[in-house]
Design a protein around this ligand. Structure first.
Ligand code: F6P
Length: 323
């Protein structure tokens, strides 16, 4: 093999740059030329390739986002789009592709692989719902951002005896909300995986005050049926009866920005190097992930389109500890 390409796709992430750097420098070490594809699958279809040297990826390990850019590219779901992508790879003599991204991106990788093109995926999503990796690039950094916000809100909640709703990202997966809720000592955690009742959420917050707590925090997943907006609406409609003030903070994309922490830099580096090693060994059609502390490959036909289940036993633990 002489040439490979690397792209970042889906939501950007602190840690993606560390993975790009690892793929580029690892690939160069193998004697390959490494192309970066700009703007994910959109750039793959549009032929937006750039040859990368070791210096081109210098000083990026600590940078958030992705120097290659990322995009959501619905056109890649069409037969025509994929054929164009393959034609662009072939025109440059690229023989393998590394896809750094989450669920949708790895489904795209699987499709290319089924079309006969060698692809290796690198697990990177804030949502941590990818099957084949216990945790993924940027989950740790995003969690720490959420925790910093929760810790700050707790201070203000205590001063004013107010209740706060903090909404975290995660699409339809409650991992970030569950972990941020546990580590942030939240009184209530609302997840997409578990049906919730707005009245019960409010009652639990009220009960916290009755037990003498100075603050009451609910961590809510954006994908929950009763997300922060729904709960706020309910609280406003029933304000008189509820009898306390509720404030909402939606963290949203704030969790995606910023510098990657040590854990994400190391994970991304190991996954990127792992992808190159598999390709060098002639293996492809796999997703690189972290399993029991090791960097291992899971076949894309097992991982793509499959969601990792959430450990809901932890929700009960959080409920007990919120006393
Ligand atoms: O999948 C990552 C993620 O940040 C989700 O948590 C969130 O729902 C979504 O992307 C937001 O997408 P966009 O950045 O396209 O608005």
């Amino acid at each position: 093999m002489k040439r490979i390409a690397v792209l970042t796709s889906g939501g950007d992430a602190p840690g993606m740059n560390a993975a790009i750097r690892a793929v580029v420098r690892g690939g160069l070490e193998q004697g390959w030329e490494v192309f970066g594809v700009r703007q994910g699958y959109a750039g793959l279809m549009g032929g937006d390739f750039v040859s990368l040297s070791a210096r081109d990826v210098g000083g990026i390990i600590q940078q958030g986002g992705t120097v290659l850019g990322s995009a959501r590219a619905p056109e890649f779901k069409t037969e025509e789009g994929r054929k164009q992508a393959l034609a662009n790879l072939e025109a440059r003599g690229v023989e393998a592709l590394v896809v750094i991204g989450g669920g949708g991106s790895q489904s795209g990788a699987y499709v290319l692989s089924r079309m006969g093109f060698p692809v290796v995926g690198v697990a990177s999503t804030i949502d941590n719902d990818l099957y084949g990796s216990e945790t993924t690039i940027r989950v740790d950094t995003a969690l720490n951002i959420a925790l910093e916000a929760i810790d700050r809100l707790k201070v203000t909640a205590s001063s004013h005896h107010r209740a706060f709703l903090v909404e975290v990202m995660g699409r339809d997966c409650g991992y970030l909300a569950l972990m941020a809720g546990i580590a942030g000592g939240a009184e209530v955690i609302v997840l997409p995986e578990v049906e919730s009742d707005p009245e019960e959420v409010i009652e639990t917050l009220k009960a916290a005050y009755r037990r003498g707590k100075a603050h009451a925090i609910a961590v809510v997943a954006e994908g929950a049926t009763n997300n922060a907006n729904e709960l706020m609406l309910y609280a406003q409609e029933n304000q008189k009866r509820i009898g306390f003030d509720l404030r909402v903070t939606i963290l949203g994309h704030v969790q995606r920005g910023g510098m990657p922490g040590a854990f994400d830099r190391l994970l991304a580096t190991r996954l990127g190097v792992g992808a190159v090693e598999r390709l060098a060994g002639g293996e492809h059609g796999v997703l690189m992930g972290l399993i029991r502390g090791e960097i291992l490959a899971t076949p894309l036909d097992e991982a793509a389109g499959r969601k990792k289940p959430l450990d809901l036993g932890l929700l009960e633990m959080a409920r007990v500890l919120a006393k």
